[in-house]
Design a protein around this ligand. Structure first.
Ligand code: HEC
Ligand code: HEC
Ligand code: HEC
Ligand code: HEC
Length: 267
């Protein structure tokens, strides 16, 4: 690389390192080592877990009473993957107060509740124990947050919880009560039904619009190898390039300071 400040010299800071005293070498060595450590940390550190919501208040109302008060929601839930599991005694599945408190309180119609829905589902669907025990993927919440919908909802949830937003939350695609596995034909996100879920908001969208990647965005090796490699290149490449730039600047400053201290015989 040509050196603009010192025409004729190839790369002044490096030449200094090779010619001059041990102090500079030690400083440079320290910089390089910290840089390598930083890059390794940036590349290997797992992303921070996204904040999930706490459990809604429990209620003394019995299943029979819920069925009487809200027959439609109850019937949908009872036939759903959650209801079937719950009624069979699986307490890890949500009952009527698993996602919200008593609906009579009006909570489910408030604006902050809507922005909170993904975090309410995430309470269980990002829980390592619950997902492992049920053979479910652990990243449904995280992969939702990586989509346009999820990132926008998370942003407003954190900065302006009273904002009225219409980006899709979990229940817009999966339904709130009639939730089934995507492989079940009754599921609102089953391949044959998915477009209908999008068209509720994206009017006029054609069949090509509903790709599964818009519900959950995954960059793992198996689902999308190309994206995985690209993300890796970015995670390693960006700190490497910025680090190298900072190192270059630091060496240049050191060089100038030393030149000046040495009576300016270098410049
Ligand atoms: C998997 C999460 C989940 C479970 C479990 C659940 N709900 Fe809901 N419920 C929601 C969401 C989300 C809403 C918000 C409104 C919507 O999207 O339909 C809601 C809204 C409601 C509403 C208000 C509807 C309205 O128009 O304002 C009622 C009533 C209700 N739920 C009753 C129940 C009953 C009864 C049960 C148990 C049989 C139950 N829910 C279980 C997620 C759930
Ligand atoms: C209290 C914990 C809990 C909450 C809250 C919860 N779920 Fe679940 N969910 C489960 C469990 C447990 C299962 C597995 C049930 C089984 O297969 O027996 C499940 C299964 C599912 C499945 C089926 C997955 C498959 O491939 O079989 C979907 C889809 C789903 N949940 C979506 C949601 C959505 C959307 C919400 C929020 C509106 C939500 N869940 C809230 C615990 C929860
Ligand atoms: C509850 C409403 C709702 C549902 C359901 C919904 N979306 Fe969206 N979506 C939005 C909103 C609102 C935006 C932001 C639009 C904007 O800012 O232009 C958005 C943005 C998007 C974007 C990025 C921006 C753009 O306009 O291209 C994509 C891609 C997208 N949605 C795909 C989907 C797909 C695929 C489905 C169905 C699986 C779906 N959405 C279901 C509300 C929804
Ligand atoms: C824009 C629509 C959309 C939104 C929003 C959405 N999903 Fe999904 N979800 C899908 C589709 C489509 C599938 C099936 C294909 C796939 O797995 O990506 C799916 C699959 C799932 C599954 C089955 C297991 C799996 O990942 O294969 C679970 C559980 C689930 N979603 C939970 C959630 C939760 C929890 C949220 C909110 C935090 C959410 N979904 C938000 C569309 C959506």
């Amino acid at each position: 690389m040509a050196n603009l400040h010192h025409p004729g010299k190839r790369w002044a800071p490096v030449m200094h390192l090779s010619k001059e005293g041990n102090d500079l070498k030690r400083v440079a060595c320290l910089c390089v080592c910290s840089l390598v450590l930083l890059i390794a940390l940036a590349a290997c550190a797992p992303p921070l877990p996204a904040a999930v919501a706490s459990a809604p208040p429990t209620s003394a109302v019995t299943a029979e009473q819920w069925a009487e008060r809200y027959p439609m929601e109850y019937a949908q839930w009872a036939a759903s993957v959650h209801g079937v599991a719950y009624l069979a005694g699986d307490m890890a599945a949500p009952g009527c107060t698993g996602c919200h408190g008593d609906p009579a309180g009006g909570e489910t119609r408030t604006v902050p509740f809507r922005l909170n829905i993904p975090a309410k589902c995430g309470r269980c669907h990002a829980d390592q124990q619950v997902t492992a025990k049920h053979g479910l993927p652990n990243d449904t919440y995280e992969s939702y947050l990586k989509t346009f919908h999820g990132a926008t909802v998370a942003y407003y949830r954190a900065t302006d919880p009273a904002a009225e937003r219409y980006e899709a939350v979990c229940s817009d695609c999966h339904a709130a009560h009639a939730i089934h596995a995507p492989s079940d034909a009754r599921s609102s996100v089953a391949p044959a039904n998915l477009l209908r879920a999008c068209v509720k908001c994206h009017q006029g969208a054609g069949p090509a619009f509903a790709t599964t990647a818009d519900g959950h965005f995954r960059t793992d090796r198996m689902a999308s190898p190309l994206l995985y490699v690209l993300e890796l290149v970015y995670r390693i490449g960006i700190p490497l390039i910025i680090g190298a730039m900072l190192l270059y600047i630091l060496l240049d400053i050191l060089h100038r300071v030393r030149s000046r201290a040495g009576g300016g015989n270098q410049s």
